[in-house]
Every structure is written in C-alpha cells, then in structure tokens.
Design a protein around this ligand. Structure first.
Ligand SMILES: C[S@@+](CC[C@H](N)C(=O)[O-])C[C@H]1O[C@@H](n2cnc3c(N)ncnc32)[C@H](O)[C@@H]1O
Length: 232
C-alpha cells in the first residue's frame, strides 16, 4: 500500500488539478486496438513500474487458490495477455471479450483456453458457473451503470464463496506518479478511466455482495489489485 497519509495534502492539489481535465485519447488508443504490438509494448513499458509484465499480470492473482481443476473466467481477456498466465495454473480457463479481433488473437496466442464472444454485462453463462473470475485493466473502460451491471454479472456467474480478482488504475497516492498516470490516461484513455480513478471500487464490490479480502496499491498507488469473495 502507498504512503497516502504523508502525501495527502500534496495529492489533493494534484487531484483537484487532474479531475477537471477533458478526456482526449489520441490516435495511440486506436493504434493500440488495431496493432497488438503497440498495446503490448506500452503495457510492458508501464509494467516496469511494478517489476515487469509477469509480476503485473499476476498482481491480482497472488495467493488465490487456483488449481488445475479450478474453473476460471478471464473477463475482457483482450488478446490473452493475462489468460496466458491463468492457463499455467488451471486447465479450465475461459476468456470472454466483446471484440472478435481480440478473440482471434487470443485463440492464436493462448489456444489452451476456451473463448466466448459476449458483453461482460450480459454473460452467456449459468449462475454459479465459475470458481474464479479475473479481469485486468478493463473495468476503467466501462460507463458507471455498465460497471455496476458487470459487477452484478460477475457475482451471478461466481459460485458461492468464489473469488473475483482484478487489477486496474487507481488514483496515485504518491504525487511522483501523477504525471506518468496523467500522461498515460491522456494518450490512451477516455473519461471512463478518469471516473474509475475517482470511484471507490472496493465499496462498489461490497455493495454488490462481495466481501473485500485484499486491496493492494502499486506503482505509487496508480494501480490497484483487488481480491473479493462472493458472500454466500
Ligand atoms: C484494455 S483491454 C484489456 C485486455 C486484457 N485484459 C489485458 O489485461 O491486457 C480491454 C478489453 O476489454 C474489452 N471490452 C471492453 N468493453 C467490453 C464489454 N462491455 N464486454 C466485453 N469486453 C469488453 C475490449 O474489447 C478489450 O479487449
């Protein structure tokens, strides 16, 4: 966790400057969807702030009981960037994404998983279908109501006591990281990412029926990893 208390007054100044910024994702956002190497290169660069991509991809998974028979959903799996680490631990990994192009790449990159094209807010799975749902750097793309609906869907498809693990942006607790995150969001993201860093995701999870197990901050607080358990 970051040293928030010490820097809180400085941070307030930074944040009050940050929050009114209009969103202005650039051509880099389009390129990162069009060309996987652009997305992967910038992700790898950003992941250096937490010790590299392997560590970044497993931040949300640390300590979770994932065995070969565990059923795992990689929600908004993209081109399989974290799916590749999930299939090392489970033989029952499903990747879900709304983008046919990303799924085509995921099937090539990580053929050990099963893939489903669908929207996260209306998943084609029965209730209590998965032991673990994971999602990495995707929730910041959702509108507020869409995010609420997705959290409800995650809760529905998880078995009782199942785990939801996620990693996404967070408001920095260390002012040194504010310029880096600001630049990243301006280049690649839209207003939904700014909304997420100002939201209390942990509280939203609890309001949806999850019990917060762990929330850790990384990269000066600009990333959060959350593990929550479905309350029976
Ligand atoms: C920034 S990428 C993250 C990809 C991958 N999880 C990773 O860690 O790099 C966000 C992904 O979410 C997908 N996505 C966005 N909105 C979605 C929705 N409503 N339902 C399903 N997938 C969605 C996009 O197609 C994209 O592949």
């Amino acid at each position: 966790m970051g040293n928030g208390a010490k820097n809180s007054s400085k941070l307030k100044t930074f944040n009050s400057k940050l929050s009114p910024l209009p969103f202005m994702a650039t051509i880099l956002r389009d390129w990162s969807y069009q060309y996987q190497w652009v997305y992967d290169s910038f992700t790898r660069l950003a992941a250096l702030s937490v010790g590299g991509e392997r560590r970044f991809r497993q931040l949300a998974l640390e300590g979770l009981p994932i065995a070969p028979e565990t059923t795992v959903l990689d929600l908004c799996c993209g081109s399989g960037q974290t799916t590749q680490f999930l299939v090392e631990r489970s033989q029952h990994v499903t990747g879900l994404d709304a983008s046919p192009l990303s799924l085509k790449r995921a099937r090539q990159n990580v053929p050990q998983a099963t893939y489903v094209e669908a929207f996260a807010e209306a998943m084609p799975f029965p209730d209590a279908h998965f032991d673990v749902v994971h999602t990495s750097v995707a929730l910041h793309e959702m509108e507020a109501q869409q995010l609420q609906q997705i959290l409800r869907e995650v809760h529905r498809v998880l078995r009782s006591d199942g785990y939801f693990a996620l990693v996404d942006f967070h408001k920095p607790t260390n002012p040194v990281f504010v310029p880096g995150l600001t630049l990243f969001l301006l280049l690649f993201e839209t207003e939904t990412a700014w909304a997420l860093i100002n939201a209390d995701l942990a509280a939203q999870l609890e309001a949806t029926g999850f019990e917060l197990m762990k929330q850790t901050l990384h990269a000066g607080g600009s990333l959060q990893a959350i593990q929550a358990q479905k309350r029976p």
